[in-house]
Structures are given as C-alpha cells and as structure tokens.
Design a protein around this ligand. Structure first.
Ligand code: PMP
Length: 382
C-alpha cells in the first residue's frame, strides 16, 4: 500500500513537483535554468516582502540555521535563544560552538515564549541577536513572531526566525515583521523534497555580515553566495538544479493559490484535523493560543494503554506515516503534519487511517466520529 507521508516533513510531494525532479538535468549555466533560478529568487523576495537578499542553496534546514548564525555573529556576541522545544534548543549548541555568549529563554513545552517575556529580557541586558523558532516541530506550538519582532527591533538586536516548519504554511513577512534572517528549507510547507536551504536576509543582516570581514565558514558565507544570487550564471557551489525547478513549481502553486489564501487554508486545516482527533479522544499537546497551523502533536487519550511504537507501526500499515514524539512528549503520542500541498482527500485518508489504527490498538473510539467532524468541516467550507 502506498503510504501518505504525514510526518512533519517531508510532506506529500505533488505530481507536478515530482515531475520537475524527474526532468533531465542540464548544465547549471544553461540560460533557461539561470532564468528559472532568477525567477525563484525574485518570487521568494516578493512573496515574503523582503527588501534585502534571498539565498537558495543545497542543504537542509540545519545548514540554514548554521548559515543564519554564521553570517551575523562573531565570537563574544550575545545571543538570546527563545526555545520551547527540541529545535529551539538546537541553536544552543550551535551558538556555543561559535563562542557566543548564550542565554536561553525557555517556555513550557506546548506553549511559546511571549513578546512580554522577550521585552523583559532585552530590557535587562543588551543582546546582539535574538532567535525564535516560528513553529516548534517537537511540540506543534507556534511563536508570536510579529509581536516578538517589534520588541527585538525596539532594542536594536538582530532578529532570527527559524521558519523550517512554518514557511509557506504560516504567515511570515520580512520587512513588516522586522525579521533580519528568516531561515527555512523545502521539505515542509513548500511541499518539495528535502534538499534546499532557503534564507531571507534584511539589509541590516547583510550589512552586519559585511562588517565581520572574513568569517571561518566558506560554503555558508553570504558574501560568497551574493554574486550568484544576483546573477545565477555565476558559480560558487553547484546548485541542486532539479530541486530549484521543483521549488519553482512549488512557488507557481503558491502563487496560483494565493499566499494569503494558503495561510488561511492552513489555519482551517489545522483547526479541522485537531478537532477530528480531539473527537476521537486524542489531546492536542500545544495549548490553544499557541497551536501551529502546520503540524500537531497528538497525545494518546487519557487512560488509554497504548504501546507507542506499535501504534505508529499499525498506523503506517493503515496508510499514514507519522513521527514519534520527542523528549517531554516521547512515548505519549505522535506527530503529524497537515501542511503543504495536502488536499481534502489526503486529510480524510489520514484521519481515517488514524481511526482504524486506534480501533486496532484497542483505543476506545466511536468509528466515524473524528472523520465526521472533519467531513462536516470540509463540506462547510463551501
Ligand atoms: N528547525 C525546525 C523547526 C525543524 O523542524 C527542523 C527539522 N525538522 C530543523 C530546524 C532542521 O531541519 P533539517 O532536518 O532539514 O536539517
């Protein structure tokens, strides 16, 4: 049985995007490819309202995180890391390795750091950089990036947002939100296969990079890539040609849908899938005001005696691959994406698979109840 990839990334890759990856690879100097690359970069700048620079390079989200830090910090700089889970914490080691002075502002898992808490920290101490994880993939909680951005800007720090589990599914705008580096990648709400790192940088971030002179990194250096991003016929590292085409198709789909409508669709989808799973007795780990539009952590029903590994194996047999929980939530539930180019057929199939798996694993549910909630919500959209 073909499986739906319902883990929080990679997400289902739609046929037209797959087709781009299956095309015959050309030279990276091919004038048509150069034009395609240019179009991708221009569209990303426009859609994310970025008057600064954009970078698309081969790599995963972790490279994008590393690039963000590498280009705007030097040894001894102070960084405030806002974290509410596993991926927020990933910045800690990354920044410590670079000899940065690191403070962590932690929020309870399932919630987020708030703008008020950031304000308090920034009024106590001067920070060069503040990092926030837009959607924390280990908890399904989203941070109020707009409100935090206003605080960070008022204090003159550079603002880094990890958009890996959010970009193209949850609202992010560079200039309006005061973001200095937004880092992301292709395998989540863009609905492309893994393999491209995407970074947007403000003029201030690019200026900060310039002020640093030579940095230890080479592949990750904005200054090495800037000439290529301005003119993709130039060379620094070989571009992932087929993935750039796939991203171009993803952006075409985003523009066709309308980016605002895409963000709204994700909000509706998240609310519906959450409500369907809650109707079955699962609990959404993220507290209500913090629930992410792109993925959720579903905790097993209270009192249900579920063998965690077995549940996910049965769920995969029923047709939906999901991910296990991490750290605080490990063993207590599963993580499921509902982002990117998923449509109602995929959502209905995934929720139906969860129902069958729950029944097979002895969770006391009423067959069709969760699906009924989802179906009603989907029908009401029209
Ligand atoms: N940040 C967040 C919020 C993530 O969810 C992930 C991956 N799940 C990463 C960073 C790291 O990305 P990658 O696995 O592509 O290196």
């Amino acid at each position: 049985t073909p499986k739906l990839v319902m883990i929080p990334g990679p997400t289902p890759v739609t046929r037209s995007i797959q087709d781009q990856m299956g095309r015959e690879t050309v030279a990276f100097g091919d004038p048509f490819f150069v034009q395609d690359y240019k179009d991708v970069l221009a569209d990303l700048k426009e859609l994310w309202k970025c008057s600064g620079e954009v970078f698309v390079v081969a790599g995963s989200g972790t490279l994008a995180m590393e690039m963000a830090i590498a280009n705007i910090t030097k040894r001894g700089d102070s960084v405030l890391i806002c974290s509410n889970g596993y991926f927020g914490d990933r910045f800690i080691d990354m920044c410590q390795r670079k000899g940065l002075e690191v403070d962590v502002l932690s929020a309870k898992w399932g919630t987020s750091v708030t703008a008020e808490e950031v304000e308090k920290k920034l009024s106590e101490k001067k920070y060069d950089v503040v990092t926030v994880t837009h959607v924390e993939t280990s908890t399904g909680a989203a941070a109020p990036i707009d409100a935090i951005g206003k605080v960070v800007k008022a204090h003159g720090a550079l603002y880094v947002v990890d958009g890996v589990a959010a970009s193209a599914g949850a609202e992010e705008y560079m200039d309006p939100m005061g973001i200095d580096v937004l880092l992301s990648c292709t395998q989540k709400a863009f609905g492309v296969a893994p393999g491209l790192a995407i970074l947007w940088a403000s003029k201030e971030a690019v200026e900060k990079r310039r002020s640093l002179g030579t940095i230890p990194e080479s592949y990750a250096d904005f200054e090495k890539w800037l000439p290529v991003m301005h003119d993709p016929s130039k060379y620094w590292g070989t571009p992932a040609i087929n993935l750039v085409w796939a991203l171009k198709e993803s952006i075409r789909i985003i523009k066709e849908e309308g980016i605002e409508e895409r963000y709204n669709r994700h909000l509706r989808q998240a609310a519906l899938v959450d409500a369907a799973l809650e109707a079955m007795g699962f609990r959404v780990a993220a507290e209500k005001p913090f629930r992410a539009p792109t993925l959720s952590v579903y905790l097993y029903p209270e009192g249900a005696n579920v063998n965690d590994a077995e549940f996910r194996t049965v769920l995969a047999e029923e047709g939906a691959q999901t991910a296990g929980c991490l750290a605080d939530f490990a063993g207590k539930g599963f993580r499921m994406g509902h982002m990117g180019n998923v449509d109602k057929h995929i959502l209905v199939s995934a929720v139906a698979a969860v129902e069958r798996a729950a029944m097979r694993c002895g969770i006391d549910i009423e067959p069709g109840k969760g699906l009924g909630v989802l179906q009603k919500g989907l029908a009401e959209e029209h």
